[in-house]
Design a protein around this ligand. Structure first.
Ligand code: CMC
Length: 392
């Protein structure tokens, strides 16, 4: 194994070529299929960006209508899925439910398990997943509060339909607020793809064994759940709450994060690739101010977050290590202002990342990539003889 190069965490190893997302961590550039994230976040819609990521170019008006209509036709989830949902206790984290129910789609669409898969089947699983994930995501929340599920309303657009499934019951005559829909749209676009991050690499690795798109995405959801990855958005709010409850001294938490004997890290800070700034965090920070003022929300946690950022950016520990706020630092504050409960933040990330996972899975299968199979450098015992139990 002497020829094997060791690269724990794949810090310097490329696993694939890809034509989907370009990222320059030094310059803070992020582009989907060549389009700058700033332009997409400002001008596009999440469904259009999904099309762009999955199919490679911006859709014509007709292509976009067709894509949206096909998704609308598949938003219902098989009624038997309710029985699986009913088996979960109310204490179940929505991410666990999401991953389990997405995996269980294989039971309802066994054709997706065929290898090789026909192009039609692949295409259908893409549409089904885009359509059903929001329904299942909203159901996972309903389970956690013990409420009946709300069925999709297909006259609504993608984001409004999701919000309606989250909040229509028990609010009488619930109307989706356009400020909320716009903010949601922007957040989903900013999360839509991020090249070979942990969950996306998971989706590709699982898919490289020719597992179905549903199983691959279910695995991606599990990876995303971790607090070092998508789970950071929930962890950030919990951290800010803890700072507030402790009297609001952000400096104290900065010292805690610097202490190498303390496992505490500043959540929402640092990134494997971005070493000067995270372009998504820049957009989100501004959006947090805009959305909170448009909704008339005053959240003391936003002030704590700004103080914490300021203190960290002036601290040599963070400067030397090039640690800046990442996409998750301010996103939770917006989600909170939109009425999204904290245990749903990572689910919101999954909703946004879905088209990226799909695009990457599709690209991998279309390029006929080989099965992913990393090597290792063995450091265990050399050969030794078996010893009978009474002699050990
Ligand atoms: N707080 C305190 N110290 C930190 C932090 C932090 N948030 N992040 C990194 N460091 C230190 C780390 O201890 C190490 O110090 P030293 O060189 O003295 O040992 C140095 O900075 C380099 O860190 P690393 O862990 O080697 O860097 P990495 O590239 O492996 O990790 C990271 C990247 C995002 C996992 C890490 O920065 C982190 O744990 N951040 C907090 C969790 C977080 O916000 N995650 C969301 C990432 S963005 C959304 C997404 O796409 O998932």
């Amino acid at each position: 194994t002497s020829h094997i190069t060791l690269d724990p965490g794949y810090k310097n190893t490329g696993a694939t070529t890809s034509a989907i997302t370009f990222l320059d961590g030094e310059k803070g550039i992020l582009r989907y299929r060549g389009y700058p994230i700033e332009q997409l976040a400002e001008k596009s819609s999440f469904i259009e960006v999904s099309y762009l990521l999955i199919y490679g170019s911006l859709p014509t008006a007709e292509q976009l209508d067709n894509f949206s209509d096909r998704i609308r036709r598949h938003t219902l989830v098989n009624e038997d899925m309710r029985k699986i949902l009913d088996g979960f206790p109310a204490t179940a984290h929505p991410m666990g439910i999401l991953s389990a129910l997405i995996s269980s789609l294989t039971a309802f669409y066994p054709e997706s398990l065929k290898s090789p898969q026909s192009e039609e089947e692949m295409d259908l699983s893409v549409i089904r997943l885009m359509a059903k994930l929001p329904t299942i995501a909203a159901w996972s929340y309903k389970n956690s509060i013990g409420h009946p599920v709300v069925y999709p309303k297909n006259k609504l657009d993608y984001g409004s339909n999701f919000l309606n499934m989250m909040f229509a019951y028990p609010t009488e005559n619930y109307e989706v607020d356009p400020v909320v829909v716009d903010a949601l749209n922007k957040l989903l676009i900013l999360h839509a793809d991020h090249e070979q991050n942990c969950s996306t690499s998971t989706v590709r690795l699982v898919g490289s064994a020719h597992a179905s798109l549903y199983s691959s995405v279910s695995a991606g959801i599990s990876a995303l759940w971790g607090p070092l990855h998508g789970g950071a958005n929930q962890a950030v709010i919990e951290m800010l709450e803890a700072i507030k409850a402790d009297g609001g001294d952000s400096k104290k938490f900065i010292e805690k994060a610097k202490d190498k004997n303390d496992p505490f890290r500043l959540m929402g800070f640092g990134h494997r690739v971005y070493k000067n700034f995270d372009p998504r965090a820049k957009i989100i920070k501004k959006s947090a101010d805009d959305v909170l003022s448009a909704l008339g929300v005053k959240d003391p946690i936003l002030d704590i977050a700004k103080e914490l950022e300021e203190a960290a950016l002036n601290d040599s520990y963070f400067v030397e290590r090039k640690l800046y706020p990442n996409v998750d630092f301010y996103s939770g504050i917006i989600y909170r202002a939109l009425g999204i409960p904290t245990n749903m933040f990572t689910v919101m990330f999954a909703l946004g990342r879905l088209p990226g996972w799909i695009a990457q899975w599709k690209e991998m299968r279309e390029n006929k990539e080989p099965i992913g199979r990393p090597r290792q450098v063995y450091v265990g015992e050399t050969e030794r003889d078996y010893v009978a139990v009474e002699k050990r």
